[in-house]
Design a protein around this ligand. Structure first.
Ligand SMILES: Cc1ncc(COP(=O)(O)O)c(C=O)c1O
Length: 450
């Protein structure tokens, strides 16, 4: 049996079509079992800031595996301590206390425990179009893609209100950004007052809502959320899973906004692809919440030495090689290439994002701005033929390559994407079957408003 048939027979998982089995990664490239080479335009699952098989990380993995890979999470280890200290050194002064997790979902659940414990509140308020993970409490605060929530009702938590109106300027009912900030904040205040118990424990938000359509708020909007959190005595939690370290051109996405959260959660990019994620908060909040709500929280693999050593090494390299500034300057090259491309292809309604994380919003036409998920899927498939592995969810195509990419490679990626879009425009419509996707894809009937 070939690998694809064996994959279907043995592993319960949704798979993008066409099915490709990758067997190697080197730097910015992926290689499939047939030897074809592709750029990894999504850095795996947005994890690999240093690309694949970075020699220093490979060395760390080997030497750490020889020393100690796993231990009881009842005890600590030098790499967990040093990584927690280094993460804290990149954050505002008061954010010092780390509670480790193994997934982004778990990190957000720890942040929710912290909020419930520290405030004595009840409701966790999250943003419409926010994504915070798939474990059941994280799913409850997620509002991207109705399909993934179907039938879970009683299993997800009740203390949740997906009630914050997003600053989605591109599809807002009014075109003026400032006006929409005023309206969406006002509606959010109203929604919190009327849909919650008014014992608000937290406001949970991604500083840029990636899966919801790369929604980039204004400073005023995010600062407005800080004020709303303060008004209710709630914690402000920033979910940085998609953004740190450095992808947006700042170490933490929230640094663009002059707003400091009470808790910040990290995952993906900070993890270097290993199971090390976490929630960082202030000493005072940690003390208030400890001993309640199961805090401090640890599962089987929390703060494992191997994962922490690799994440530590990666963050040291990010700082040493100034990869945050590099992401900012690569982002300028990427942005100008994509903006240029937008002028040639009407199906690109908008290019959004910051730094080296951008997204194309694919539309039926620039006037109506109606989402076109089928076209986005066709582009993704044509991009494979051009040697680009990309993530397209609904009508949103993500571009988040490793920060080690060269400027010439960025230009090459843009050229290939341009060719892929030309191909997609000339090729017949692709039937998009998202029925087995656990994630965010358009579901029938809802795609118009995706
Ligand atoms: C913003 C955000 N938070 C949390 C998560 C969940 O992370 P994990 O899949 O590691 O549980 C994701 C995953 O895509 C995410 O995008």
């Amino acid at each position: 049996m070939d690998l694809i048939a064996r994959d279907s027979a043995a592993i319960m998982g949704w798979r993008y079509e066409p099915r490709i089995i990758f067997s190697r990664g080197i730097g910015t490239k992926l290689i499939d079992v047939d030897g074809n080479e592709y750029y990894d335009v999504s850095s795996g699952m947005m994890c690999l800031v240093l690309g694949h098989a970075h020699p220093e990380l490979t060395e760390t993995i080997k030497s750490q595996a020889e020393r100690i890979a796993h231990q009881s999470s009842w005890y600590s280890n030098p790499w967990a301590i040093e990584f927690a200290e280094l993460v804290a050194s990149t954050l505002p002064d008061n954010l010092k206390m780390m509670n480790y997790a193994v997934t982004g979902s778990e990190a957000n659940e720890i942040a929710m425990r912290l909020a419930l414990g520290a405030t004595g509140g009840f409701d966790i308020c999250s943003v419409v179009r926010g994504l915070h993970g798939g474990s059941l409490a994280a799913e409850a605060v997620t509002s991207v893609g109705g399909a993934r929530k179907r039938g879970l009702g009683p299993l997800t938590m009740p203390a949740v209100s997906n009630c914050i109106i997003p600053p989605f300027y591109y599809r807002a009912p009014v075109r003026d950004q400032d006006e929409w900030d005023t309206i969406s904040l006002k509606l959010t205040e109203e929604m919190i007052e009327y849909t919650t118990s008014q014992e608000v424990a937290a406001i949970l938000v991604e500083p840029m809502m990636v899966a919801g359509g790369m929604i980039v708020p204004s400073k005023r909007w995010l600062q407005g959320l800080r004020d709303i959190a303060d008004h209710w005595g709630a914690l402000l939690i920033f979910d940085e899973a998609q953004l740190a370290p450095g992808r947006t051109g700042k170490m933490w996405g929230f640094e663009h906004y002059d707003v400091t959260p009470d808790v910040v959660t990290f995952a993906k990019g900070m993890s270097a692809g290993f199971a090390v994620c976490g929630a960082v908060t202030t000493l005072e909040i940690a003390e208030r919440a400890s001993g309640t709500k199961g805090l401090p929280w640890a599962g089987t693999y929390s703060s494992d030495p191997l994962a922490c050593a690799v994440a530590l090494k990666q963050l040291q390299i990010v700082l040493r090689d100034k990869l945050v500034a590099r992401a900012a300057s690569l982002g300028e090259v990427l942005e100008s290439g994509l903006e240029d491309m937008k002028n040639r292809h009407e199906c690109i309604g908008d290019v959004r994002g910051k730094g080296f994380y951008r997204m194309l919003d694919i539309v039926t036409d620039p006037e109506s701005r109606d989402p076109d998920p089928e076209m986005a899927e066709r582009i993704r498939i044509c991009a494979l033929a051009e040697g680009l592995v990309m993530i397209a969810v609904k009508n949103y195509i993500r571009i988040s390559p490793p920060s080690i990419m060269t400027k010439d490679e960025v230009k090459d990626v843009v050229d290939r994407l341009d060719k892929a879009i030309t191909r997609a425009k000339e090729s017949p419509p692709t039937r998009t079957d998202f029925s087995s996707s656990s994630s965010l894809a358009a579901d029938s009937g809802a795609s118009k408003n995706a």
